[in-house]
Design a protein around this ligand. Structure first.
Ligand SMILES: [Zn+2]
Length: 422
């Protein structure tokens, strides 16, 4: 038996830990809600910290709120093997998105200790702060900080109540200014590997156990302001109207139409719309639309971005409505490391698991960690392809397979002297 076989996870223990973490949620909403900065999130993080410590990791919470657990390797210091994910959820989310990667990373550390297998490199397991999209319009807060790309203007962003992100971080007991200086050096990471649920249907539909992620989709998020003219709904002739909500509605359909035109993986979604004054009998004078486009194809993404702005600007102006477009985030697609892909695929082959190469339509902390070293991701099937909803489900044995492939991948990468240039 090789070390690769030896590091099979304890499936019951891993499932029990995932179920236990699900207990920390805001029960005023259906499903599982553990949003960043919420009380259940705060409480769960203490539990995660204890889990890491119990697994033998040295745990610190950095200035950006990442929970970082380190299992020293034989060499003591130098570039580390890094794994992890996030434990925040969207509102009314599920029990597996992000959680699986953090709990599997902790399980790998437990199995290393239990089996007496020692790595050359330090193993670092990270629970990244606030990965999900939030009202501040900035996802992956913790992994951005570690990658050194959290900027002062991010801290000045406000949520719907006018709260600054910097103040929210401070209110959570963190140090926003220090978070801006939290970036790791590129030599700190030997490789980064993240296990995550697929959140889509490709693996389940093809009966495949393991997804070897080829690239993480880029995301462009935009906020469009429409400014029309309020008027009486009964007396203003249709031809004389400057109706901001109708312009926004037309823009929703344009966003959808552009998304449908993608040749490879490309999607476009309008997520939220607001209008004022928001009453019957009055023509809307203002509307705001939040939308996003995603693709692993950088060229398509850039083209779609331009097409959306050009088309909705023309449609809106034709209605006599003024338009202003703010880009909230733009993140290029991030390819994963070819070598890490190969190691994941070989680990799956060795363990007798079927695998296929898949793109990631969802954004992940891994995209930011790729700035620091070779990065790879392992997907496990999502039942019905459902995610970001209470029905999100991945079978315990599928999670265990993924955790075993994660352990095998890490141990193989540990024994490679140089991953970066391979
Ligand atoms: Zn996630």
């Amino acid at each position: 038996m090789t070390d690769l076989d030896l590091l099979a996870p304890n499936t019951e223990r891993l499932s029990a830990r995932i179920a236990e973490l699900a207990g920390f949620h805001d029960s005023t909403f259906p499903g599982w809600s553990r949003e960043v900065f919420s009380e259940p999130y705060r409480a769960s993080r203490q539990w995660v910290r204890e889990q890491m410590a119990d697994a033998g990791l040295d745990v610190v919470i950095d200035a950006a709120g990442n929970i970082v657990g380190r299992l020293p390797g034989r060499r003591g210091g130098g570039p580390a093997l890094v794994t992890g994910s996030h434990t925040d959820t969207v509102r009314q989310g599920g029990r597996f998105d992000g959680i699986v990667g953090v709990m599997a990373g902790i399980e790998v550390a437990r199995r290393l200790r239990e089996t007496g297998v020692q790595l050359e490199h330090d193993l670092v397991v990270v629970d990244f702060l606030g990965e999900e999209a939030n009202d501040f319009g900035i996802s992956c807060m913790g992994s951005r900080a570690i990658a050194g790309v959290l900027r002062p203007d991010h801290l000045d962003r406000t949520d719907g109540t006018g709260l600054r992100l910097g103040d929210a971080l401070a209110g959570f007991g963190l140090d926003p200014d220090a978070a801006l200086r939290q970036g790791w050096k590129s030599g700190d990471v030997h490789a980064y590997v993240e296990l995550h649920v697929e959140q889509g249907p490709l693996l389940e539909q093809s009966g495949t156990a393991i997804g070897v992620v080829t690239a993480i989709a880029g995301i462009d998020r935009l906020l469009v302001h429409f400014a029309g003219l309020a008027g009486h709904a009964g007396t203003t002739p249709m031809a004389d109207r400057r109706d901001a909500l109708v312009s926004a509605a037309a823009a929703v359909l344009t966003v959808e139409r552009v998304g449908c035109g993608a040749p490879v993986h490309g999607v476009a979604t309008s997520g939220h719309i607001e209008s004022s004054p928001g009453s019957m009998g009055v023509i809307t004078d203002e509307a705001r639309l939040w939308a996003e486009i995603r693709s692993v194809d950088r060229t398509w993404l850039h083209g779609a971005r331009k097409q959306i702005v050009d088309e909705i600007t023309a449609e809106t102006r034709a209605r006599g409505v003024d338009i202003d477009v703010d880009w909230l985030t733009d993140q290029d697609p991030v390819p994963t490391s070819g070598l890490v892909q190969d190691v994941i695929a070989q680990a799956a082959d060795h363990l007798g698991d079927s695998w296929k190469a898949v793109p990631s339509g969802a954004g992940h902390d891994a995209a930011h960690l790729s700035r620091l070293g070779p990065m790879g991701m392992i997907f496990v099937p999502s039942v019905g392809g459902r995610s970001h909803c209470p029905e999100e489900l991945t079978a315990a044995e599928d999670i265990a397979r993924g955790a075993h492939v994660l352990a095998s991948t890490l141990i193989t990468l540990d024994r490679r002297e140089e991953v970066r240039h391979a």
